[in-house]
Design a protein around this ligand. Structure first.
Ligand SMILES: Cc1cc2nc3c(=O)[nH]c(=O)nc-3n(C[C@H](O)[C@H](O)[C@H](O)COP(=O)(O)OP(=O)(O)OC[C@H]3O[C@@H](n4cnc5c(N)ncnc54)[C@H](O)[C@@H]3O)c2cc1C
Length: 345
């Protein structure tokens, strides 16, 4: 029997969209071979409400984080695993000026829920170089992406909703069922959505072994170090590469992450894995949702860029409501509108 919605891709977008549709009583079928490069599988899984050198709140973060916490908690309960762990993020400060910028930000009442800890922390100096101290960000955490992806895949398989096959846009155009592409950076490369304003960014990361280090916090400095879900193992990275010749890991960027680690760590570390992924980022840092104006049975849920873990829970709910009840999508994310404008005479 034809399902209500076919989804192509089981990264964070395809997983959460299928979940949101199932919760609304719709039937779904998810295509994913499990063998393509997945940005979600390469991600450290961080949700970080305050980003950048000026310590600003991420777009819509006050709405995104509560939705993400709820969606991941519901999924954790249904799958009997911990999908998300709230965790403070300690940012190492590099100068007096950075201390002053952070201190000024703490006086802004709209940042209260993320920067209520106004202590200038000293982290363990045997482990880390932190001459100017560190400050703590609340409200973030880690999605355990490897265990979530594999457990959710089993869930779909058990329910007969997983098709371990590839489905291309060319094939989808020949079909009549409603198909939503959640295929990550591939939609930027080929097919009917390539004219959207993409800005693809490759990232490389390392898994490192350290004898003793923080397993209760994320530490951000020259690079970011976060617990990797196994005792003694941490994730380090990732890099940002706008121009690249291969999607495979490269020695150059392995060395870049190692150099950043040397700028932060006093303890020795051993590299146990070097990986890469491609972020489906967009020029205006807004995701892409909705159906193609000329091919209205084909849709997209994509463009999460560097923030898939915080954006996908909220926007999967919005897209599912659009599909199930016809709730309109905001113009700034709606591809039906964007592609109609870009193809208008
Ligand atoms: C190194 C790195 C670190 C990152 N760290 C973070 C982080 O800490 N926090 C954060 O929020 N974000 C992070 N990101 C960004 C985040 O990973 C992405 O925003 C997000 O994972 C994108 O998810 P997606 O589902 O759109 O794409 P993907 O995860 O790439 O999933 C696409 C899926 O589609 C499947 N597929 C493709 N083509 C087909 C086809 N023809 N038929 C069937 N299946 C197909 C693929 O197999 C894949 O499983 C990071 C990204 C990288 C690369």
């Amino acid at each position: 029997m034809t399902p209500d919605i076919t989804i192509v891709g089981q990264g964070i977008c395809g997983s959460l969209l299928s979940w949101a549709l199932i919760q609304r009583g719709l039937s779904v079928r998810v295509y994913d071979t499990g063998s393509h490069l997945s940005a979600t599988a390469a991600a450290s899984g961080l949700l970080n409400p305050i980003t950048g050198k000026r310590y600003v709140k991420s777009w819509m973060v006050d709405d995104l984080i509560p939705t993400a916490e709820k969606v991941y908690a519901d999924l954790g309960q249904a799958l009997s695993i911990q999908v998300y762990t709230p965790m403070p993020i300690y940012k190492l400060l590099g100068s007096i000026r950075e201390q002053n910028d952070w201190s000024a930000r703490t006086t802004d009442s709209t940042y209260q829920q993320y920067l209520s800890d106004t202590t200038l922390h000293k982290l363990n100096e045997d482990w880390l170089i932190n001459d100017f101290g560190a400050f703590a960000i609340q409200g973030g955490g880690i999605v355990h992406t490897p265990s979530f992806l594999s457990r959710y895949r089993e869930y779909l398989r058990d329910k007969g909703m997983l098709y371990e096959e590839s489905l291309t846009q060319e094939e989808a155009l020949q079909r009549k069922d409603r198909i939503i592409f959640c295929d990550g950076y591939r939609s930027a490369r080929e097919g009917i959505f390539t004219t959207l304003p993409w800005q693809i960014v490759k990232g490389e990361y390392l898994l490192i072994r350290i004898k003793e280090f923080y397993d209760d916090r994320i530490v951000g400095g020259d690079t970011t170090i976060s617990p990797a879900g196994q005792p003694g193992l941490w994730y380090a990275g990732a890099t940002y590469q706008w121009h690249y010749e291969t999607i495979a890991p490269t020695a150059q960027y392995r060395d870049e992450v190692i150099e950043s680690l040397h700028q932060m760590l006093r303890v020795p570390f051993e590299v146990v894995h070097h990986g890469a992924g491609v972020r489906p980022s967009t020029r205006y840092r807004r995701p892409f949702l909705g159906f193609h104006p000329q091919h209205p049975h084909i849709g997209i849920f994509n463009g999460m860029g560097t923030k898939g873990m915080s954006l996908a829970p909220y926007w999967s709910e919005r897209l599912a409501a659009h599909i199930a009840d016809g709730t309109p999508l905001p113009d700034e994310v709606d591809v039906t509108r964007q592609l109609s404008v870009s193809t208008a005479p």
